[in-house]
Design a protein around this ligand. Structure first.
Ligand SMILES: Nc1nc2c(c(=O)[nH]1)N[C@H]1C(S)=C(S)[C@@H](COP(=O)(O)OP(=O)(O)OC[C@H]3O[C@@H](n4cnc5c(=O)[nH]c(N)nc54)[C@H](O)[C@@H]3O)O[C@H]1N2
Ligand SMILES: Nc1nc2c(c(=O)[nH]1)N[C@H]1C(S)=C(S)[C@@H](COP(=O)(O)OP(=O)(O)OC[C@H]3O[C@@H](n4cnc5c(=O)[nH]c(N)nc54)[C@H](O)[C@@H]3O)O[C@H]1N2
Ligand SMILES: [Mo]
Length: 767
């Protein structure tokens, strides 16, 4: 793999021919023949499989090809012809493999056999499924005998509703609510922020709303790389005359311009669509100030309208009948002074006033956001601030309007819906107890950050991972890697080898599973599974590929076998029946949530799936006071306060266009013009001068923290970049060694990965 940096600003649009070339390159990389494209035509279609990439909505009436460049890469990565076999594991010790990059590890392809780690040989060795299951169960039972709270059951957001439901039940019968999931690092901030203010933990927007929306306010979400199918909705809305206003420290290409690679005319004429007509480079963590500015300007416009006897700018009827707390928020906004808002947000007053003007003119508006809002100390306040702005003009619970958190993994929202949650009150424990005849634990379980803390403290003996790459995804990598191996048992259910698998407890197993694109045949025949997308619609998914190896087992099978062998006698669950026919798992879910899943097995056959009821969509507010709530943020700055010292920079940890989280597909971040390496740091020109750096120079980053732990990384090449002064960008997961575990969002514990306080220095220089 080349490691030489090539940096050349990208001038093209998102999508377009670059996208087609990239898809072709990745097909070749996975040794797939052109017929693999046939697979893509089944992606996100009612009779096909649901993309294993992002969670963006899948329309009922589909286009000929309902996939995107990055969805194609995700598919190819799963259906790759490459295999990680027992011979591979024999050839390398685990210590040697620790020297490999994330890219190289996953590039070996699909894991083919269950494996057990041997400390004697420092290698993974093949093990039969029977031995693996009984060995794991023996240790889990032993730990349970000491204290069931010393085991942790992590889930990454890809597992289906069926698997997730079984998994949470297993953990609870075992005796804990230790169910951290990838959502804890992602949209947990949403799950905490939205229930308080609108009474639901998820977004309210449906795909149809994009057909009517007048204005889209987009904050901290990189649509071109992370949810490219949404570009279709944005493009169509813009063509209809809607305005998109974007706030992002970086000028992300997908938010600027797009050519639909599936539109022959656009492709041939290179006729691109401009997406955002208003684009402002907010400082990292500056969104509360920016939104406060827009809100303040909106109040001024409303005052003017009132004076002139014109139609009010505020939706006073909505505010009066549906909300609480408006007066306080209005007073808070009026009390703000512009210089401070401009300083904290980094966007000029006149620009915010222009956005407010446009917003005041728009009959309906959608607020879209992603990790740029959720991964901050005051992420919860920031999301609630965006809701304030929507509520001021009645933009929740009407057509063409709403709040739209763009979820990450393809079923991450669904996992929470079916009980993967460390907070006992988020799961219907009484009902589960009744249904399965066991005593469910009532103590709060460990979320991701608290699980990490407990592992460091030595309070965890077993970690079971249902997918994911925990050690790469979490903060404070070095500390975590060194404590990980103190655990008694580590178990990873996975499709591909990753770095987490190279840190092993005293007993360690690697259990390879079917991917969602593969045919899943059980006793009653071929199975379907279900997922929930970002707009709260449930879909079925049918695998079509021959499994990568005959030794793979489905996730429901693996979870059922572990549960049977560990807690089989302790509850009345028909694990075998469930595995034989997944429709019976859906029946059980229907019993647990009769309203949400009524007629589950019939309704899931409906093309386009079926929607979960989201009361806020109907302006029914399931909040404590039965109203939608305006809230006042705790501060104007969402980042950690680092005082007046302007040698401290805010590090934004980013995804490239060539990765899915910790899975690195390649070294081409096409839209940002960064090719050949990921060890770069994007720096503003003035900061380059200020710190005496130079383009192409190699620098170190050192975290600023007050816990006495030194966190530093070398080897970042400086790329001059259009990014606000005082902010720098570098890639996740490489930079996770720099993020202190304690720097997380208040209220949600989501690691504050979007403004990590760091210092930059020439490599080797003393700081
Ligand atoms: N191809 C691909 N698709 C993916 C993923 C992937 O890795 N690859 N990951 C999936 C997952 S799990 C998730 S959660 C989503 C993540 O998708 P996104 O939510 O888009 O997450 P990021 O790429 O981490 O960063 C989001 C954007 O926030 C901006 N930003 C950073 N700080 C701030 C800030 O303070 N304010 C504002 N307004 N913006 C800021 C960054 O410049 C970046 O453009 O995508 C999902 N889809
Ligand atoms: N600094 C920083 N850190 C971050 C973030 C950030 O923006 N900045 N983002 C955070 C976010 S939003 C998230 S969601 C987390 C992601 O954290 P995780 O969800 O833990 O990580 P992934 O990289 O998505 O997991 C990839 C692995 O999943 C396994 N896998 C793939 N498909 C399947 C399958 O079908 N079944 C099973 N069992 N396994 C499978 C493969 O072995 C693969 O190696 O990272 C978080 N960490
Ligand atoms: Mo995520």
């Amino acid at each position: 793999m080349p490691h030489e940096l090539r940096f050349k600003p990208y001038r093209g649009p998102a999508g377009g021919w670059g996208s087609v070339r990239s898809v072709a390159k990745h097909m070749a990389k996975e040794r797939l023949i052109p017929s693999a494209v046939a697979e893509l035509s089944k992606q996100n279609k009612p009779e096909g499989f649901m993309c294993v990439g992002c969670a963006w909505a899948k329309p009922g009436h589909t286009r000929p090809a309902e996939f995107c460049e990055n969805g194609a890469k995700a598919t190819f990565a799963e259906i790759t012809k490459k295999r990680t076999t027992p011979e591979f594991f024999e050839a390398y010790t685990v210590t040697e493999l620790r020297g490999w990059s994330d890219y190289d590890l996953e590039n070996e392809g699909r894991i083919t056999h269950p494996m057990r780690f041997s400390h004697q040989t420092d290698r993974y060795e093949p093990v039969s499924w029977e031995e693996a299951i009984s060995g794991i169960a023996r240790e889990l039972k032993e730990i349970r005998g000491r204290d069931p709270r010393r085991s942790v059951f992590y889930a990454s957001g890809r597992a289906s509703l069926e698997t997730s439901y079984m998994y949470q039940l297993f953990a609870r019968i075992y005796g804990n609510n230790n169910l951290p999931d990838s959502s804890n690092m992602c949209h947990e901030t949403t799950s905490v922020a939205l229930p308080e203010v609108i009474g639901v933990p998820v977004g309210t927007v449906m795909l149809e709303d994009f057909d009517e929306v007048d204005m889209i306010l987009s904050f901290g979400q990189n649509v071109g790389s992370n949810s490219p199918r949404m570009l279709h909705q944005l493009k169509d809305a813009v063509k209809r005359g809607a305005t998109v206003a974007t706030f992002n420290p970086l000028r992300e290409r997908g938010l600027e311009r797009f050519i639909n690679p599936q539109d022959p005319l656009q492709m041939l004429t290179l006729n691109e669509t401009r997406i955002s007509s208003l684009y402002h480079q907010v400082r990292a963590g500056g969104d509360i100030a920016v939104i406060a500015g827009i809100g303040k300007a909106l109040l001024d416009l409303d005052d003017e309208a009132q004076k002139a006897g014109a139609v009010r700018v505020l939706d006073t009827e909505f505010i009066e009948h549906h909300t609480s707390g408006f007066e306080k928020v209005a007073a808070f906004l009026r009390a703000q002074n512009w210089p401070e808002l401009e300083r904290e947000g980094g966007v000029a007053r006149k620009d915010l006033e222009a956005v407010a003007k446009e917003y005041a003119r728009s009959g309906s508006a959608i607020g879209i956001y992603g990790m740029g809002l959720t991964q901050h100390k005051l992420g919860v306040d920031t999301v609630q601030m965006l809701v304030n702005l929507l509520l001021m003009r009645g933009n929740i619970g009407k057509r063409g309007a709403g709040i739209c958190p763009v979820r990450g993994h393809s079923n991450v929202q669904g996992q929470r819906t079916v009980g993967i949650a460390e907070k006992p009150d988020l799961a219907p424990l009484n009902q589960l107890e009744k249904q399965f005849d066991f005593k469910a634990p009532r103590d709060e379980g460990l979320n991701t950050v608290n699980a990490c803390k407990a592992i460091i403290k030595g309070d965890v003996d077993a970690f079971v991972g249902l997918g994911g790459n925990f050690l790469r995804a979490i903060p404070d990598r070095e500390q975590m890697e060194s404590h990980w191996t103190d655990m008694q048992l580590t178990v990873q259910i996975a499709t591909k080898l990753n770095r987490t698998h190279l840190f092993n407890g005293r007993s360690a197993y690697l259990l390879p599973c079917l991917g969602r694109i593969e045919v899943d045949r059980q006793n009653s025949g071929e199975q379907i599974v279900t997922t929930e997308d970002s707009t709260a619609i449930f879909h079925k998914s049918r695998g079509m590929r021959t499994p990568a190896s005959p030794h793979l087992r489905s996730e429901p099978w693996i979870v059922a076998e572990l549960a049977k062998a560990t807690v089989g006698a302790d509850a009345n669950v028909n694990w075998d029946g469930w595995v034989a026919d997944y429709a019976t798992i859906r029946d059980a879910m229907e019993v647990t949530w009769p309203e949400m899943f009524a007629g589950f097995n019939q309704r899931i056959e409906h093309p386009g799936g079926f929607a979960r009821s989201i009361p806020a969509r109907e302006r029914i507010w399931k909040t404590k006071n039965g109203k939608a709530n305006f809230t006042i943020p705790r501060a104007l700055q969402a980042s950690f306060d680092t005082g007046e010292d302007d040698s401290i920079l805010r590090l934004i940890t980013l995804r490239s266009n060539d990765q899915f989280n910790t899975t690195i597909y390649g070294y081409s971040d096409r839209f940002r013009g960064i090719e050949g390496t990921r060890m770069v740091v994007m720096v503003n020109q003035e900061d380059i001068k200020r710190f005496g750096l130079k383009r192409g120079g190699v620098v170190s980053l050192t975290a600023v923290s007050d816990d006495g732990i030194h966190r530093s990384m070398d080897g970042f090449t400086v790329v001059p970049y259009d990014i606000p002064r005082g902010c720098i960008g570098a890639y996740y997961p490489e930079t996770n060694a720099l993020i202190p575990l304690y720097q997380h969002a208040e209220g949600s514990h989501t690691p504050a990965a979007k403004s990590v306080p760091v210092r930059i220095s020439l490599q080797g220089a003393n700081i």
